[in-house]
Design a protein around this ligand. Structure first.
Ligand code: F0G
Length: 450
């Protein structure tokens, strides 16, 4: 059989609420045309993020009942630690309430003003947490990756030659760590090859610089490696993931992605002295090192999720279903970041709506129209989010894990193709109110007359 099906059946369902176009127009006006300010109940299909929005399995819910809520030395922690160490091999496992808490602790311990932290592409919280310490966050994606239309198997890779140049020019002592984000979220959800991870390892080892993975989507990345890197074709996703982690000195992890948890994260390290400093900081803001800002039951859900996510049937379905959405819109003329990524499809709104200049936010216009037309929520990743630093005007459609079925995705495809037919009628927006930073969460907009 060639048909790839959802490798699960559904035991518990949530209703979706339909609204009319007139209602959605009213909600948009009330929200200042910012989809973050809508009430979730007024959304039909929510593709805002794949973070914390996944469906847990019956095994995860069962594990939650085993949660040990002891303040210190909880059984749940030891189950999580065993799962994480079995996968990553790291000596220290420090739970946190989500990924950015792990980032804050890591960078507080490792970075100083004037330092530079390279990454293939920093996620926005990673960048913000580095900059908060007075250090600089530098993105080193492949130069070819800027072309959204180019098909490369590992478009998320780091430019290793640029990494060496940066270390040489800044001086090794000003580079406290090097990070790789797998998959490369801000770079279109594109994977990083095992070869690239090895090359970064070699460079960092030569200079004696610690090397960390931002591992939120490690399992999706491992699947791409299995599909696209010949030497790995016969390995299991777990074997590939272990190899990826074995090359690093530590990782940050948001369990809201590839651990199917609705909350949670962790920080791992091999260095005993660093880990001690990190645990000391953890107590200050997150909690005791055996729970780190989470309930015992959350730790158990993550432990089970880390096993489940490496199931080849799940990963095949996950990557194929994301590509299904991408192909069905791209092959009918909607420009996406090619090839389709792991957790999301990114529409190149700058290309799709060339009549809307960047300062009138083409991807925001598309996001608004997709909601008005069909009740679908997506997120602008362009000039609203990054201001003048934006490289592209993208609209991200992130797919929650195990939540939507094929027919939901068919509905999304139909909606996007219909909006594509109307694209000449879409106009730009201007910002009428905005906070001093991270403006995309709360800015308010006004449509401009086309
Ligand atoms: N790193 C990457 C690559 C991420 O995508 C995220 C979150 C984080 C770190 C931070 O983790 O949310 O648990 O604190 N990404 C979400 C998204 C929010 O929508 O892409 P967190």
């Amino acid at each position: 059989m060639k048909t790839i099906i959802e490798p699960f059946r559904i035991k518990s369902v949530e209703p979706l609420r339909r609204t009319t176009t007139a209602q959605r127009q009213q909600y948009l006006e009330q929200a200042g045309y910012n989809l973050f300010l809508l009430d979730a109940k007024d959304i039909l299909i929510d593709l805002l993020t794949d973070s914390g929005t996944g469906a847990m399995s019956s095994e995860q819910w069962a594990a939650m009942m085993r949660g040990d809520e002891s303040y210190a030395g909880s059984e749940s922690f030891f189950r999580l630690k065993a799962a994480v160490q079995g996968l990553t091999g790291f000596r220290h496992v420090i739970p946190t309430h989500q990924g950015r808490a792990a980032e804050r602790i890591l960078f507080s311990v490792m970075c100083h003003p004037g330092d530079v932290v390279p990454n293939n592409t920093h996620f926005d919280t990673t960048r913000a947490n580095i900059e908060f310490t007075g250090a600089r966050a530098v993105d080193l994606p492949l130069p070819e990756a800027h072309d959204t239309q180019l098909h490369l198997p590992f478009k998320g890779n780091m430019d290793v030659a640029a990494l060496e140049r940066l270390i040489e020019s800044e001086g090794r002592e000003h580079v406290p760590l090097v990070m790789l984000t797998v998959t490369n979220n801000s770079g279109g959800g594109q994977p990083v090859s095992l070869e690239n991870i090895r090359q970064v390892r070699q460079v960092t080892a030569r200079y004696g610089i610690p090397f960390y993975l931002d591992a939120c989507r490690f399992a999706e990345n491992a699947w791409f490696i299995r599909q696209r890197e010949r030497e790995c074709a016969l390995l299991t996703p777990k074997e590939i993931a272990r190899e990826m982690f074995s090359l690093a000195d530590g990782c940050t992890f948001s369990a809201k992605k590839d651990a199917f948890a609705n909350i949670g994260g962790f920080l791992c390290a091999n260095d005993d002295r660093l880990a001690q400093q990190e645990k000391d900081l953890l107590i200050l803001t997150e909690g005791f090192p055996t729970y780190g800002g989470l309930a015992g039951r959350d730790l158990d859900a993550i432990a089970v999720g880390l096993e489940e996510v490496l199931d080849p049937d799940y990963l095949e379905y996950r990557i194929v279903s994301t590509a299904y959405l991408g192909r069905h819109i791209a092959d009918r003329g909607v420009p996406i970041v090619e090839p389709p990524g792991g957790h999301a499809i990114y529409i190149d709104a700058g290309r799709m709506l060339p009549h809307i200049p960047r300062h009138q936010f083409p991807a925001q216009s598309l996001a608004v129209e997709l909601y008005r037309h069909a009740g679908i929520r997506s997120v602008e990743i362009g000039s609203v989010m990054f201001g003048e630093h934006a490289r592209h005007e993208l609209l991200r459609l992130a797919i929650p894990r195990r939540v939507y079925t094929q027919s939901h995705i068919d509905y999304v495809v139909e909606a996007i193709l219909e909006v594509n037919e109307l694209k000449a009628e879409l106009g730009g927006y201007e910002i009428v109110e905005q906070p001093p930073f991270l403006r995309h969460f709360s800015a308010r907009f006004r449509p401009l007359k086309p």
